[in-house]
Design a protein around this ligand. Sequence first.
Ligand SMILES: [Zn+2]
Length: 347
Amino acid sequence: MSDRPIYLTEYVPRSELVVESHYVNTPRFPAIDVHTHFGSLVLGDNYEEQYDMGRTVEIMKSYGLKQVINLDGMWGAELDRMMKKIHPYEDFVTTFGSVDVSKLDESGFEKYVVQTIKESVGKGIKGLKFWKNISLVLKDKNGKYIPIDDKRLKVIWETAAEYKLPVLIHIADPVAFFKPIDRYNERYEELQAHPDWSFCNPELYSFEELMEMQENLLASNPNTTFIVAHAGSYAENLACVAKWLDKYPNMYIDFADRIAEAGRQPYTARKFFIKYQDRILFGTDSTPLDIKHRFNYRFLETWDEYFDYSDKEIPPQGRWKIYGIGLEDDVLEKIYYKNAEKVIFGK
Ligand SMILES: [Zn+2]
């Protein structure tokens, strides 16, 4: 034994539990991953040089994926660049576009939005994606953070509905990111490693305010289909997400990067995934450089207990382990691809 107490960062206990373990390398049904990043948002501006498209598609197929949705299409010249990178794998990689919300105060914003979406549809996008730069980063000319339910953005949601484009939104982050980085914060080590991920700042909208805006958006645009990423922004409180799903038929969710949350509440999660089996899309937040599918398959398909949700030595989101929820085939089939086919490809 060392003569001093060890620091938290040094502590990497190994479980002595002897229980069944199943390593699931491919899903029971070929899956569509609706939440992946192939572009500059996650990989940086030189993303083209970082991976080979043909090789990436080959690897992703070997993980049992039949299609993926790349959320990083952006607009204009950036979209052209992205589509060029993907070519000739458009059958495997479907891209979502976006519009430049920083133009909000410019005259002709509405016209710009309609024109951009029309052009992007012509270039092959199948949906739109909006990120937390709305609500948490971009300000309008009066210095106010632009909320997702800002009336001036309505033209986006209406045009999306017109072209039958689903809109994937990611406007918040784990609740702990909005709390002080102190000894009570369950994501303390993650925030220590990435202090810029903290939104604990009185100038920003609170988590509760963001969730109110999200609800307003769903309520006031009933003809637009929204995929609210990361388990409806609130994986910590599935009862609340269930309430929204009951209330807003235009709401779908993915659970990208949230098995750490869902898998530590397996009884609640199993009931939730079964009840909302028609509203949940499979997504992982993977990139060509970081493919996270195996953990997701194990969580969805097995009854394994107390296992890692990541291959990092210290669990990156919080110091806990997860449990599988053993979903049945008919539920898995919907979550793995049928819901995505319906919502994104209109099948
Ligand atoms: Zn993402």
